[in-house]
Design a protein around this ligand. Sequence first.
Ligand code: FAD
Length: 284
Amino acid sequence: MIPAAFEYHRPKDIEAALGLLQTHGDEARVLAGGHSLIPMMKLRMAAIEHLIDLRDIAHLRDIRIEGTNIHIGAMVTQAELIGHDGLARVAPILREAALQIADPQVRYMGTVGGNVANGDPGNDMPGLMQALDAVFTLAGPDGDREVAARDFYEAAYMTAREDDEILTAIRFQVSAGGYAYEKQKRKIGDYATAAAAVVITRDGDKVASASIAMTNLSDTPVWSESAAAALIGTRCDADAIKTATDAALADIDPNEDNRGPVEFKRHVAGIIISRAIARAWSRA
Ligand code: FAD
């Protein structure tokens, strides 16, 4: 289908983009890669009168690695994440997760900022960013503020971002540990039936720290504090993985849809979470 008519804006800086958002209010929306928003407009599930394209705002494409501090601009595409050797070295889970998003065509256009700002429970980056304990920078009329990824998601398509704010960057710290992003999907290019991001550090033969988050198993991504607590101090053996997986499953609330009934999703989630923990530990 063809979307309803809209006016297209292409500001050169963030101030101009924020000004357009203020001027047009509810009738405006920012456009990043367009691979979630344009399909919604074509299906007439979203009618936007003013599209504010962020692609000419150069600093939104920055990637900076300063020691253990990572900064990723909102308009960095998933393909750029995958192709960035510095990021692959310090935070290889980004490449592992991004490679499981859709297909190369979508990844050439889809941005990290669009993926995390969208609020779709099926998006893979929000859970990943919760596992990494990332912080999102939001620019608004009163300046910048920061919101932790773990506090950002309120319900499906509802986030802590106000309508007059633009997500400009994501930052997080890397740790020398193991990681895994595991995803089960029906076919290439599909959203997750269940996915899990796990980051683990070790102290000798024991788990020193753990972070576990899940995708498409509730209305929001789910970061499971109790699953992580169940692993810390253990040798990450089969019993510990089973206890942590059970704790993670207690935190999710999947819906029945065309990817399967609730019981099936819980079953798949259990396998995905266990595999992600075991693989992260094997790399820690
Ligand atoms: P857009 O579509 O441009 O924007 C999405 C929403 O976020 C809009 O509401 C927009 O206003 C808002 N937004 C965008 N950027 C900002 C910003 N900087 N600040 C504030 N608001 C902003 N995604 C996955 O994670 N996993 C998948 O498996 C997957 N499969 C897909 C398969 C297909 C066939 C397609 C078409 C898409 C798929 N996607 C998947 C979605 C894809 O990754 C999108 O690109 C992504 O969800 C949104 O990023 P975008 O840059 O395209 O954002």
